[in-house]
Structure formats: structure tokens, C-alpha cells
Design a protein around this ligand. Structure first.
Ligand SMILES: CC(C)(COP(=O)(O)OP(=O)(O)OC[C@H]1O[C@@H](n2cnc3c(N)ncnc32)[C@H](O)[C@@H]1OP(=O)(O)O)[C@@H](O)C(=O)NCCC(=O)NCCS
Length: 142
């Protein structure tokens, strides 16, 4: 049975991971919001897919395709104007697949330096050849 994560866990208010460079940083705009003004979950999912593909492409040394979103938890909402940072890390390299963890933080209210962990996800990419068929990868996580 899938593990359920408490989306409102107290560690949501935090700092950015120390000693790590974000894979991607972006500020969502009003066009990325839903009808109630918060950022649309689909926007976050697409950015997570993009961020995760960056270390996957590196590990695969070439083209990849997303084969699965293994888990995805929205812990806190994202607001227009937040500075959203995506930290993506390869956690497993299989024969043709690369699995990546992505953690997402939002920095809001620059006057108060408030940083919250908003999302965590795990995705699997497959290295593919020019015919979009799986190909073997040799890189190890690191
Ligand atoms: C990605 C794709 C080429 C893989 O082809 P396939 O014939 O399913 O490949 P395989 O069954 O050999 O699986 C390839 C690898 O993916 C892994 N995999 C397949 N389905 C998976 C799933 N649901 N979850 C996790 N891993 C999965 C396999 O375990 C295998 O890993 P390994 O070689 O490291 O052991 C094919 O499924 C595809 O083209 N999918 C669409 C991709 C796409 O368009 N993505 C964008 C979303 S619109």
C-alpha cells in the first residue's frame, strides 16, 4: 500500500538545503494560477518534470523520456511571486531507467525570509535512442 505523507508536517517551514545548488529556480506569474489565485498544481508538476529531467539527461548522456511519476506530494500551496527552487537528485540508475527525487521550496514574503517546503516527488526517466526505444545507461548516482 502506498505510504501516506502528512502534507502539513511541521517541517514545512524551513530553510533551503545547505550546500546544494538548485537545479531550477522560477517565479510563477498570475497566468500560472488557478481560479482561486493559488498556483495550479499542474504548473508545479510540469516544472518538477523539467527539473528532474536535468540530472536524468546528464546521467543518461542523451535523450530521456519520463516513464513514471512514482510519487508526488503537495505539502503547501505556492503563490504568485514566490521564488520557487527545485532540487533534483538521481537516486537510482537501472539498466535503462534513472530515478530522480525532486524537492521544491518556496521563498515568500522577502521582508520575513519565509521559506517552506512545498512539494516532494519521485520520477523515473528512461534513456531512449533516436527511435524512442530504451537504451542502456552506465552512470551511477552521484
Ligand atoms: C519510456 C518508454 C520508451 C519505455 O519503453 P518500454 O517498452 O515501456 O520500456 P521497458 O518496459 O523496457 O522499461 C524501461 C525501463 O523503465 C522502467 N519502467 C517502466 N515502467 C515503469 C514504471 N511504471 N515505473 C517505474 N519504472 C518503470 C523499467 O523498469 C525499465 O527500467 P530498467 O531498464 O532500468 O530496469 C515508453 O514507455 C514510452 O515511450 N513512454 C512514453 C514516454 C513519454 O512520452 N513521456 C512523456 C509524457 S507525455
Amino acid at each position: 500500500m502506498a505510504q501516506r505523507v502528512n502534507a502539513r508536517a511541521p517541517d514545512s517551514v524551513t530553510t533551503l538545503p545547505k550546500g546544494k545548488e538548485p537545479t531550477l529556480r522560477v517565479v510563477p506569474m498570475p497566468a500560472d494560477a488557478n481560479q482561486t489565485g493559488d498556483i495550479f498544481g499542474g504548473w508545479i508538476m510540469s516544472q518538477v518534470d523539467l527539473a528532474g529531467s536535468i540530472p536524468a539527461l546528464r546521467a543518461a548522456q542523451g535523450r530521456v523520456a519520463t516513464v513514471a511519476v512514482n510519487s508526488f506530494v503537495f505539502r503547501q500551496p505556492v503563490f504568485v511571486g514566490d521564488l520557487v527552487s527545485f532540487y533534483a537528485q538521481v537516486v537510482k540508475v537501472g539498466r535503462t531507467s534513472i530515478t530522480v527525487d525532486v524537492e521544491v521550496y518556496a521563498q515568500r514574503r522577502p521582508d520575513k525570509e519565509l521559506c517552506v517546503k512545498v512539494t516532494e516527488a519521485t520520477l523515473t526517466y528512461v534513456a531512449v535512442d533516436e527511435n524512442r526505444q530504451p537504451r542502456v545507461v552506465s552512470a551511477q548516482p552521484g
